[in-house]
Design a binder for this molecule. Structure first.
Ligand code: NCD
Length: 331
């Protein structure tokens, strides 16, 4: 097992061995979640605070459930009903939770870098509190990409999900890539696992210089990343297609002609999947704009769509992350 992190803020420097550690650990927790008593005492007495400064359904609930399944005490915070509305700073909010004995903080914020800033402050104070980035602006969403990886690898080998299964697989990521922290984290994990990643979006949502950020990574990992401004080349022979929500709340100008036209050009439908491998599967991190990035019937297809499996995987993967960061034992 390879793990030496107090915080999980980004996947940029994750190694294949670390991905495998997360996958194996999540696999043990998936087994725990099939037992009659779906709980282990691993984090008994520890406090996990969910600090969500931005709306969330699945990420927040799944971290809460993961912490509870590990027997931690959980604190839930929502910015709109907190002292943030009275002018308290984010760092002071974090210190308030620290003073209550919080051991791990799960943080979502609309600005990139907030989880990192809180982690830096915790390290400066030398309090040994772990910080997990649950989505920061357009930057990263590591636990989402890890649950996507777990979902894909488990489909290929449910007993032993491991990153090498992705070697040579073609994965298309389609949609609002520019605004997507999910895409950025997935680019790190999927390319590090040896998959060929094909991004497809209109140029306004995928500037040609977009992929430059991967150049700053470990040169010993060769990453295969391609950019397309039309859908077809990304879909041809793809093994997996990941669709993304159009993030209207992050669009500062009119980047699209109309949702109807977007769906006609980039919407994923059953018909379009005929270009892919015969056993292709579709992922979406949610929340979905039905009928925009994916057709409603495809989203609900029990075979082609992995969307519910992604949500289910989320609990086991987040248990794995909290467990690894907390340094416990699987019971
Ligand atoms: C994503 C997010 O918030 O980054 N959703 C999620 O966490 N499952 C994607 C999105 O909002 O479109």
């Amino acid at each position: 097992m390879s793990w030496n992190r107090r915080h999980v803020l980004s996947l940029a420097d994750f190694t294949p061995a670390e991905y495998d550690t997360v996958l194996q650990t999540a696999s043990s927790f998936r087994e725990v979640l099939t037992r009659r008593t779906k709980k282990v005492p691993t984090l008994q007495g520890q406090v996990v605070a969910n600090l969500f400064f931005e709306p969330s359904t699945r990420t927040r609930s799944s971290f809460e459930l993961a912490a509870k399944r590990l027997s931690a005490d959980t604190l839930n915070f929502a910015a709109s009903t907190s002292s943030i509305t009275k002018g308290e700073t984010i760092l002071d909010t974090a210190k308030t939770y620290l003073a209550m004995g919080t051991d791990m903080m799960v943080i979502r914020h609309k600005e990139a870098g907030v989880p990192q800033a809180i982690a830096d402050e915790m390290d400066r104070l030398d309090v040994k509190v772990g910080v997990l980035n649950a989505g920061d602006g357009q930057h990263e969403h590591p636990s989402q990409a890890l649950l996507d990886l777990f979902t894909i690898c488990s489909l290929m080998d449910v007993e032993q999900p491991r990153s090498t299964l992705l070697k040579g697989k073609k994965i298309a990521i389609v949609g609002d890539i520019l605004h997507s922290r999910v895409a950025r984290s997935n680019i790190w994990s999927l390319t590090a696992s040896g998959a060929e990643v094909h991004l497809a979006a209109p140029p306004t949502l995928l500037p040609k210089e977009f992929a430059a950020f991967v150049k700053e990574s470990d040169p010993s990992i060769s990453r295969q990343l391609f950019i397309h401004w039309t859908l077809e080349p990304a879909l041809i022979d793809a093994d997996f297609v990941m669709t993304l929500r159009l993030q209207k709340e992050r669009m500062t100008s009119h980047l699209l002609p109309s949702l109807r036209e977007y769906h006609q050009q980039f919407g994923i439908t059953r018909d379009r999947l005929k270009l892919c491998q015969p056993d292709v599967r579709v992922l979406h991190p949610g929340p979905v704009n039905r009928g925009v990035e994916i057709s409603s019937d495809l989203m609900d297809d029990p075979v082609l769509s992995l969307i519910s499996q992604q949500v289910t995987s989320g609990v086991a993967v987040r248990m794995a992350l909290l467990y690894l960061m907390g340094g416990g034992k699987v019971g």
